[in-house]
Design a protein around this ligand. Structure first.
Ligand code: GUN
Length: 290
């Protein structure tokens, strides 16, 4: 079993991007973060993205908006950043409060600045396998892990647990497209799937992105499977000072002895999401210079 060190792979990517940004003449790339409300997980994710951007030499701008902001006010902020030539990338942290329309907000972002890849144009470009588009950072981070660990998907059975736009659906599209680190046979499972364990046991590569703490148990995994755990779940833990701990969607201790490779939580896919966001921001900068 090989425990994949996502933190180290992300560090390598961040250091490559730092050199690339250092070599740019003129204005440096700039990313704007919009966070609405104070959801603790969102505060922590945006903070981490902000810090990584600054470290690379990408200028971060943070807009922390009030929980009660209206849809029109949020659109106005997005419009302002769309029109600002200094801003290369815009990220609206998900989830938004319930009174706001998340997809409409993503669709308001200029597709050339949509470093999250959630705009309908970029989703469409992914379906059409058009490399000009931006791909959602977590699925792109998983592909990057596979590349750097030499895990080829060609002809393999990839089973994806979860069908969100942010991860499951997008990763399924990436895995099935044509290409060296793609060409997989893909099955997507979700909350309504019957005989789940029967299907997951057939996986050569199992990607768990369903947001249910430690749901994947050893009876669901065959020996020699590559297990990618995308879950970041907070579970109560009174023994910890902060009152909770973070667990993945996979029961690591019992699944890891079966796996050929496995990503831990934390320190697996999570850091890759942030690194790929920075890579998308540099890509946006270059496309906008061209
Ligand atoms: N919330 C959880 N993951 C993500 C992500 O990749 N992008 C944004 N904007 N919000 C998220």
């Amino acid at each position: 079993m090989k425990k994949i060190d996502g933190k180290q792979i992300a560090k390598d990517l961040v250091s490559e991007l730092t050199q690339e940004v250092e070599a740019l003449s003129g204005d440096k790339p700039c990313i704007a973060f919009i966070r609405v409300g104070d959801d603790p997980a969102s505060v922590s994710y945006v903070k981490s993205k902000n810090e990584t951007a600054a470290k690379i030499g990408i200028t971060p701008l943070l807009f922390a908006l009030n929980e009660s902001i209206s849809q029109e006010e949020l659109f106005a902020k997005v419009d302002e950043l769309n029109a600002d030539p200094k801003v290369n990338g815009i990220l609206v942290q998900s989830p938004l409060p319930k009174h706001l329309d998340e997809q409409a907000t993503f669709n308001r972002i200029d597709p050339l600045k949509d470093v999250d890849g959630f705009h309908e144009t970029n989703a469409g470009r992914l379906v059409q396998e058009d490399a000009r588009g931006f791909v959602s950072c977590t699925p792109a981070g998983i592909v990057e892990i596979c590349k750097r660990e030499g895990i080829k998907m060609e002809g393999k059975h990839v089973v994806v647990l979860g069908r969100s736009l942010i991860v499951g659906k997008t990763f399924a599209l990436l895995a099935m497209q044509k290409g060296e680190y793609a060409n997989a046979t893909v099955t997507v499972c979700h909350s309504r799937t019957k005989n789940l364990a029967e299907i997951t046991r057939q996986a050569d590569i199992l990607v768990a992105a369903i947001g249910r703490p430690e749901m994947v148990t050893k009876d669901m995994v065959s020996e020699g499977t590559v297990v990618i755990d995308v879950g970041i779940n907070r579970v109560e833990d009174p023994s910890r000072k902060r009152g909770y701990r973070i667990v993945g969607d996979v029961k690591f201790d019992e699944v890891s002895p079966l796996a050929s490779h496995i990503t831990p939580v934390p320190g697996g896919v999570g850091p890759m999401t942030v690194a790929l966001l920075m890579s998308n921001t540099v890509k946006a900068y270059k496309l906008q210079q061209a």
